[in-house]
Design a protein around this ligand. Structure first.
Ligand code: B12
Ligand code: SF4
Length: 523
């Protein structure tokens, strides 16, 4: 009997003999009931049998997003799950292949040596194929390893994932903390998996999907298990020694192209600012992090909360530069906090400009106007904060003129650091539902869902034309002499750095374009 059968069939029996791998792992079992020398053991409450539970969370080798250049970001979601598991005395390890420079072959060796009971990985849409490859590897090493994938993509495409990927045993849906905790406990105790909230799995040829758990109380969570990550390896081209931190989850808005509401649930849940301060202090003092990217869906929902976080940074005397994702209208609403934010180290803000007309903004359900964007940019300039502005290209109505108009709009707004992305209908969004219904999706290769590659054509442009215009947009902005002069001669160190980097990126796009042309001409 394999362990796989053991967990699929609730509480089959607790016979040591059928799980030789468990016995091999524990060398010094404690005599005290319910405890062991080794936290990887769990005691069966009924018969006292010791169970080994070794969880291996894997951040596989990933192809970096080209625009972001040379960077390695910490897998905070996995670190958060690991912290919850450790709080439950479960033996857990994280392998971050990107930070530890491990190839797929290296990962296979590490995985085999680790002898995990359960392998977990994350899947945003673009990384579903990568996560699936991890699970294939795990099954190749030992068929009885329990394979679990969580994250946004599988939350929305649960059934499809389990149907298409026999190597994935269990899908973790939504927020993962309670899910992984309850799952590991159920596997350890041999109880029915159907009692575990927020998962889906196959049983007797059917897919069983359990209801999502209640939203997590963020203030009850342990800090992410940074000690399990190679923290010195995380860096970003301009931020350098950086780390991502979340001060809240969710977003009260509901843009058509965004799945955050569906994923984290409606509403916005802040974390206690003192806990955020504690986390920032740990990252700064223990791990030498100098820059923080607040990865909240929408950081600037509540002015008071932002103010408290700034006070924490100042009170603890943390010399941090930081950057966040927020909305232009909220920036105006909470403008009284801008001086404090700047003083506390806020150097850059990423705001969604998204479109160049109020009509298109309405269509995207952005709840924002061009005037608000203009006003927010003025405020940022006044407070010497760099604006990273996001602009979507390749919406259904776009033609060549409208795309170039969007680039000109960014120049007119004088956005410090524009980033053009391609309209991508991600599962879980209304954009996806519409595209699917209307048969617009032209590829189901999820690796291409990365906002730098068109998934749909527009009413006027083929996907190939969209990609050409996308490349041209970057090049057009970053090689515009006036923009270039302002960027490279800016008094702000960050702005100059970003410009130097973006110029290189634009040059790469230009070269690629001409190389293609030369190849084409040469036949
Ligand atoms: C930081 C970040 C990045 C960083 C780092 C990612 C990393 N290593 O974690 C970088 C810059 C690399 C990045 C890149 C991209 N990102 Co990004 N990113 C984020 C951001 C802002 C924060 C991620 C984070 O730390 N979250 C906090 C942790 C706690 O959440 P989590 O990772 O989702 O984990 C939780 C659950 O998902 C679940 N879970 C996760 N893994 C597992 C595993 C198991 C086994 C279980 C049970 C549960 C589970 O439990 C966790 C705890 O609750 C999110 C937005 C957000 N708020 O999450 C977008 C987000 C994840 N990114 C997104 C996208 C689209 C991208 C890009 C494709 C494009 C882009 N323009 O950003 C590129 C990737 C392209 C590429 N080829 O590299 C989308 C994903 C949408 C989707 N359906 O896939 C998001 C949701 C933003 C959005 N609203 O569109 N991103
Ligand atoms: S795009 Fe931003 S504002 Fe819109 S729903 Fe997503 S997180 Fe909220």
């Amino acid at each position: 009997m394999s362990r796989n059968q053991g967990y699929l069939h609730p509480r089959a029996n607790c016979d040591f003999a059928v799980r030789p791998i468990l016995r091999r792992l524990c060398r010094r079992p404690s005599r005290r009931r319910g405890e062991c020398c080794d936290a990887r053991w769990m005691m069966c409450k009924e018969c006292g049998t010791l169970w080994a539970m070794k969880v291996l969370l894997v951040e596989p080798p990933k192809k970096p997003w080209e625009m972001m250049g040379d960077f390695i970001a910490p897998p905070i979601g996995l670190a958060q799950l690991a912290a919850v598991l450790q709080a439950n005395r479960v033996d857990v390890e994280i392998v971050d292949c990107n930070a530890s420079r491990l190839s797929w072959e290296d990962l296979e060796r590490v995985m085999a040596a680790s002898q995990p009971t359960l392998v977990g990985a994350s899947a945003m849409t673009t990384f579903l194929p990568t996560a699936a490859r991890v699970m294939q590897m795990a099954k190749g090493i030992d068929e009885s390893i329990i394979t679990v994938v969580g994250g946004p993509h599988v939350t929305f495409m649960t059934e499809e994932t389990l149907k298409d990927h026999s190597e994935i045993d269990i899908v973790g849906r939504g927020e993962g903390e309670r899910v992984i905790e309850e799952l590991v406990k159920a596997l350890g105790a041999g109880t029915d998996l159907a009692q575990v909230p927020g998962i889906a799995f196959r049983r007797d040829g059917e897919i069983v999907e359990t209801p999502l758990p209640d939203p997590v109380d963020l203030d009850q969570l342990p800090l992410p298990a940074y000690h399990l990550l190679p923290m010195q390896a995380y860096y970003f081209i301009v931020f350098e020694k950086f780390c991502t931190v979340l001060t809240s989850r969710g977003c009260p808005f509901d843009c058509v192209f965004c799945a955050e509401r569906g994923f984290w649930g409606p509403g916005w849940r802040p974390r206690d600012s003192e806990l955020v301060g504690e986390e920032l202090e740990l990252l700064h003092r223990k791990y030498g992090r100098e820059s923080i990217w607040f990865g909240d869906d929408c950081f600037n929902v509540d002015g008071e909360h932002m103010g408290q976080i700034c006070e924490e940074i100042l009170r603890r005397d943390l010399k941090l530069n930081w950057y966040y994702q927020g909305r232009a209208d909220l920036l105006i609403k909470h403008q009284e906090y801008l001086p404090l934010m700047r003083r506390a180290g806020n150097l850059m803000v990423q705001i969604g400009i998204e479109a160049d007309s109020d009509d298109e903004l309405r269509g995207l359900r952005k709840n924002l106007t061009g005037d608000q964007v203009k006003e927010a940019l003025k405020l940022l300039r006044e407070h010497d904060i760099v604006c990273q502005g996001m602009m979507i290209l390749g919406t259904r109505q776009d033609d060549a003129n409208s795309i170039l108009r969007k680039v000109d709009y960014m120049k007119w707004l004088d956005v410090d650091f524009p980033v053009f992305t391609i309209y991508t209908p991600f599962p879980g969004t209304d954009a996806y539902r519409e595209a699917r219904e209307k048969g617009w999706l032209e590829t189901d290769d999820y690796a291409l869902y990365d906002m730098a590659y068109p998934i749909i054509s527009t009413e006027h442009l083929t996907r190939k034309q969209v990609i050409g215009l996308y490349n041209r947009s970057f090049a057009s902005f970053y090689t515009d002499p006036l923009m270039m002069l302002r960027g490279l001669l800016s008094p702000m160190h960050w702005k100059r750095e970003i410009w130097r980097y973006m110029l290189g990126f634009a040059a790469k796009l230009y070269l690629r374009r001409y190389w293609r042309l030369i190849r084409h001409l040469l036949g």
